[in-house]
Design a protein around this ligand. Structure first.
Ligand code: HDD
Length: 757
C-alpha cells in the first residue's frame, strides 16, 4: 500500500541517495522549490489527537447536565468487565474456598483490581506539585505581527490552550492559600506545534543561574528530618538560604508582599520572567518580556484570611476556578509584551535583561497587549489532564526564541528530564493532554508506554526503504530555525557578569512603589516568617539584608522581632517608583465577586429575593446564608440556601449583606436551629455568634458590609461601627448593593487598615 508521503518523498530520494551535498528540491536548502507543507508532515500511527484536546464535557463536577454523549461517560456499557473485557458476575466478594474459607490465589479479578489500585499514583512534581487547571482559547490581536511571525499571534487566530496554576513548595495535598509563588503555565496547541509559556505570578526569580535551583528548593521544602513545615517558607532553612544568598532578595520580597497570597487564580498576573527573543517574517529580532494581565484585576487575600482558609477550605483556589468556569464566568487575561531593542549588550535603560532577578518598570517599557486568553472549560479528569500535563520552556514555535539567560538554560534541560521519571518514560508526549495539534512525523520509537503502532521499517534518515525520507522544512515551509545570534569570543568560565551583582536596588524599587497599606502587609509578613525561625543568627542576618533595602522596612521588622536595627552595608541608591507595581489605585470590574446574603430565614424574604437578583444582574455571585440548609419559603417561591451558619465563614465572601438578622433582644434563632446548647444564648436574645464572627472578620479583613432592617444592632453586637468606612446601612437592598458594588471596584476598604507608617 502506498504511503501518503511516498509520492512526495520519491521526488527527493534520487537526489538524496549517495549524495552528501545540498540536495536539489529539498525545502529549506538554498534554491529549493517549495512542496506542499502537509505532504512531508503527514501524521502516522494513532496521532494526531482529536481536533480539540478539550474535555469531552460529559460530567460536570456538580452533576450539571452537559449534553454528554453516553459513550463518553465513565461507565460506557451495561456490564462491568475486567481489563480484558470479560464480563463479571461479582465484584464485591473474593473467590473463596467456601463462604468462611480462605481466599484463593487464582482469583484473577481480585488481583487485577488490587494491583491496578496499588499503582494508581505517580510521583508528584518535584516542585509545583499542587495545582489546578482549565481549558480555554487564546485569540491573537495581530498587534505582535511586526515583531513575531508566530502564526498563533496573528489577528483573530484562535488557539486551544490548557493552563495550569500551582503553588511551588507544597505537596499535592497541601493547602491553596499558603504564602508562596504561584505557577502560571500555559500550553498553546498552535498549528505550528506546541508553545509552552511556563511562568509564575511573580516577575523575578530567586536565582540567576539554574545550577542553584536544587539549593533554593531544598531550602524552601520542609526540613529533611521532620518533614515540616508543609507548603511554606516560614522556617529556618528557607531564611538561612535567602539571607546568605542575596540575589534571592527581590523574589523573596514579592513573596512577602500581597502577591504571595492571591485572592484567586483568576485575579493574578502572570509573567514569563525571562527575556525572550521574538523574530518577525523579515528575520528582525526584538527582546521581550511576557505579561498576563487579568481582566478582573490583581487582588490578594489578607494574611489572617489566608490562614483561616487553610483550615476552612484548603481547596479554595481550585474550587474558585472550577466554580467560576462552571458558572460561565470565564476568567480572562490579556497577553502583553514589553519590547526592547535586541542590542548586543542586552541591556535596557541600565537594566540587564539577562538577569532574571530584574524587572523593567512598565512606565519605561509599557506592556503592549497582543492577545486574549479565556478559560472556558474545566478538566474532565484531574489525573488524566491536570496531573499528567507536561510543560517545557523549550516547546517553542517559529517566531519565538530564547535568550542566554543562564536561568533559562538549565530549565531547557530540566523539564524534559523530570517528566521521564514523573510520567514513566519518554513517550509522555503521546498522553492526550500533551499531544500537539500539529501533525507529527518523528522518528522517535519504542520506550515505556509506547501507544503508537508505527508502521514501516526505516525510522531513520536518510532511507530509501520506507517511502524515502521526510523533507526538511525551511523558513518558508514553517521550520523552527534558531536565530543565528552572534556568540562573542569568550573564555570558558564559571562566572556571572558584573551587572548581576546589584541585589538591592530592585527590591528597593519594589518597596518604594507600594502604598502604605501594602508596605504594612509586607512588614507583617517578614515579621511573621522570621518570627517562626528558631535560629537567632538567621533573623539577624536577614535584618542586615533588609537594612540594605530600606531603613524603615528594616526598623519595623526589627521592632516586631525585638532585635536591634543593623546598619546598611551598601549605598542606598535612590530609585524612581513604578506605580504599576502596586496592586492598589485602580478600579476593577466586580464581575464574579462573591456576595454573602445573611438572613435569619424568616424575616425579610422579599428583600433577600430582590437583592439576590440584583447581585446576579451585576454579574456577581450571590450565596444565601441562613441558620440551616434547605430552602427559604419552600411552599411559596423557594430560595435555595447555599450556606448554613455552620458551613459559612467570612473568608468565602468578598462582601456581606445583612438581609434581616435580628439583633440582640430579639429571637435570633430560626425554628430550625434548635441545638440544645443554644438555649442560653437564645434566652439572652443574642445574635448567632457565627453571624457575629462572620461580620467581625469581614470588617477586620477590609470587606464591604451592607445591611438594612435592624442591621445596626447586629453590627454593634459584632463590634462593627455602623459609620465605619465601607459599612453601609441603608433602607433598601438595591441602593445598598450599588454602593457595595462600587466598593468592590477597589477590592477592599483600604481605609480600614490604619498603617502605622
Ligand atoms: Fe520550574 C515546574 C515555573 C525555574 C525546574 N516550573 C514548574 C512549573 C512552573 C514553573 C509554573 C509547573 C508546571 C506545571 O504546572 O506542570 N520554574 C518556573 C519559573 C521559573 C522556574 C517561572 C523561573 C523563571 N524550574 C526553574 C528552574 C528549574 C526548574 C531554574 C531547574 C533547573 N520546574 C522545574 C521542574 C518542574 C518545574 C523540576 C517540576 C515539574 C515539572 O517541571 O514538570 O522541571
Amino acid at each position: 500500500k502506498s504511503h501518503p508521503m511516498k509520492a512526495a518523498a520519491d521526488k527527493v530520494t534520487g537526489a538524496l541517495r549517495g549524495d552528501t551535498g545540498p540536495a536539489e528540491g529539498i525545502p529549506g536548502k538554498p534554491g529549493a522549490e517549495t512542496p506542499p507543507v502537509d505532504e512531508p508532515t503527514a501524521p502516522r500511527g494513532p496521532l494526531p489527537p482529536t481536533p480539540d484536546q478539550g474535555s469531552p464535557a460529559t460530567v460536570s463536577p456538580t452533576g450539571q447536565p452537559t449534553g454528554a454523549d453516553p459513550s463518553d461517560l465513565g461507565q460506557a456499557g451495561p456490564y462491568l468487565t475486567t481489563a480484558q473485557g470479560a464480563r463479571l458476575y461479582e465484584t464485591d466478594k473474593s473467590l473463596k474456598a467456601g463462604a468462611r474459607g480462605p481466599v484463593l490465589l487464582q482469583d484473577h479479578h481480585l488481583r487485577e483490581k488490587i494491583t491496578h489500585f496499588d499503582h494508581e499514583r505517580i510521583p508528584e512534581r518535584v516542585v509545583h506539585a499542587r495545582g489546578a487547571a482549565a481549558h480555554g482559547v487564546f485569540q491573537g490581536y495581530g498587534t505582535a505581527a511586526q515583531v513575531s511571525k508566530a502564526a498563533f499571534l496573528a489577528k483573530d487566530v484562535e488557539t486551544p490552550v490548557f493552563v495550569r496554576f500551582s503553588t511551588v513548595l507544597g505537596s499535592r495535598g497541601s493547602s491553596d492559600t499558603v504564602r508562596d509563588t504561584r505557577g502560571f503555565a500555559t500550553k498553546f496547541y498552535t498549528a505550528q506545534g506546541t508553545f509552552d509559556l511556563v511562568g509564575n505570578n511573580i516577575p523575578v526569580f530567586f536565582i540567576q543561574d539554574s545550577i542553584k535551583f536544587p539549593d533554593i528548593i531544598h531550602a524552601g521544602k520542609p526540613h529533611p528530618d521532620r518533614e515540616i513545615p508543609q507548603a511554606q517558607s516560614a522556617h529556618d532553612t528557607f531564611w538561612d538560604f535567602v539571607s546568605l544568598h542575596t540575589e534571592a532578595t527581590h523574589h523573596t520580597m514579592w513573596n512577602m508582599s500581597d502577591r504571595g497570597i492571591p485572592r484567586s487564580y483568576r485575579m493574578m498576573e502572570g509573567f514569563g520572567v525571562h527575556t525572550f527573543r521574538l523574530v518577525n517574517a523579515e528575520g528582525q529580532t526584538t527582546l521581550v518580556k511576557f505579561h498576563w494581565k487579568p481582566k478582573l484585576g490583581v487582588h490578594s487575600l489578607v494574611w489572617e484570611e489566608a490562614q483561616i482558609i487553610n483550615g476552612m477550605d484548603p481547596d479554595f483556589h481550585r474550587r474558585d476556578l472550577a466554580d467560576a468556569i462552571e458558572a460561565g464566568a470565564f476568567p480572562q487575561w490579556e497577553l502583553g509584551i514589553q519590547t526592547f531593542p535586541d542590542n548586543p549588550e542586552q541591556m535596557y535603560e541600565g537594566i540587564d535583561l539577562l538577569d532574571p532577578t530584574n524587572i523593567v518598570p512598565e512606565e519605561i517599557a509599557p506592556v503592549q497587549p497582543i492577545g486574549l486568553l479565556t478559560l472556558n472549560a474545566n478538566p474532565t479528569n484531574y489525573f488524566a489532564e491536570t496531573e499528567q500535563v507536561a510543560f517545557h520552556p523549550g516547546h517553542l514555535v517559529p517566531g519565538i526564541d530564547i535568550t542566554d539567560d543562564p536561568l533559562l538554560a538549565g530549565r531547557l534541560f530540566s523539564y524534559l528530564d523530570t517528566q521521564i521519571t514523573r510520567l514513566a518514560g519518554p513517550n509522555f508526549a503521546q498522553i492526550p493532554i500533551n499531544r500537539t495539534h500539529a501533525p507529527v512525523n518523528d522518528m522517535l520509537r519504542d520506550g515505556f508506554h509506547q501507544d503508537a503502532v508505527h508502521a514501516g521499517v526505516a525510522p531513520y534518515r536518510p532511507n530509501s526503504l520506507d517511502g524515502g525520507c521526510p523533507f526538511l522544512a525551511g523558513a518558508d515551509t514553517g521550520a523552527y530555525i534558531e536565530v543565528p545570534v552572534e556568540v562573542p569570543a569568550a573564555r570558558k568560565v564559571r562566572e556571572a557578569p558584573a551587572t548581576f551583582s546589584d541585589h538591592f536596588s530592585q527590591p528597593r524599587l519594589f518597596w518604594k512603589s507600594l502604598t502604605d497599606v501594602e508596605r504594612e502587609h509586607l512588614i507583617g509578613a517578614y515579621t511573621f516568617e522570621l518570627g517562626k525561625c528558631y535560629e537567632q543568627a538567621i533573623k539577624e542576618r536577614q535584618l542586615k539584608v533588609l537594612a540594605n533595602i530600606d531603613p524603615q522596612l528594616c526598623e519595623q521588622v526589627a521592632t516586631g522581632l525585638g532585635l536591634p536595627v543593623p546598619e546598611p552595608t551598601v549605598e542606598l541608591t535612590p530609585v524612581t517608583p513604578s506605580p504599576a507595581l502596586s496592586q492598589l489605585g485602580q478600579v476593577w470590574p466586580p464581575d464574579g465577586r462573591i456576595i454573602g446574603i445573611v438572613t435569619d430565614g424568616a424575616g425579610d424574604l422579599a428583600g433577600v429575593r430582590s437583592v439576590r437578583q440584583a447581585v446576579l444582574d451585576a454579574g456577581m455571585v450571590p450565596l444565601v446564608i441562613a441558620p440551616a440548609g434547605g430552602k427559604l419559603d419552600p411552599s411559596g417561591d423557594p430560595i435555595t440556601i447555599q450556606r448554613s451558619f455552620a458551613t459559612a465563614r467570612s473568608t468565602e465572601f468578598d462582601a456581606i449583606l445583612l438581609a434581616g438578622v435580628p439583633g440582640p433582644g430579639a429571637d435570633a434563632y430560626g425554628a430550625r436551629d434548635a441545638k440544645a446548647g443554644d438555649e442560653a444564648a437564645r434566652a439572652a436574645g443574642a445574635t448567632d455568634p457565627r453571624v457575629l464572627l462572620m461580620l467581625s472578620e469581614a470588617y477586620r479583613h477590609g470587606k464591604a458590609i451592607g445591611g438594612w432592617a435592624g442591621a445596626d444592632a447586629v453590627l454593634a453586637a459584632a463590634g462593627v461601627p455602623a459609620d465605619a468606612p465601607g459599612v453601609i446601612v441603608g433602607d433598601g437592598g438595591d441602593a445598598t448593593l450599588g454602593q457595595i458594588t462600587e466598593l468592590l471596584g477597589n477590592h477592599r476598604v483600604w481605609e480600614r487598615f490604619a498603617p502605622a507608617l
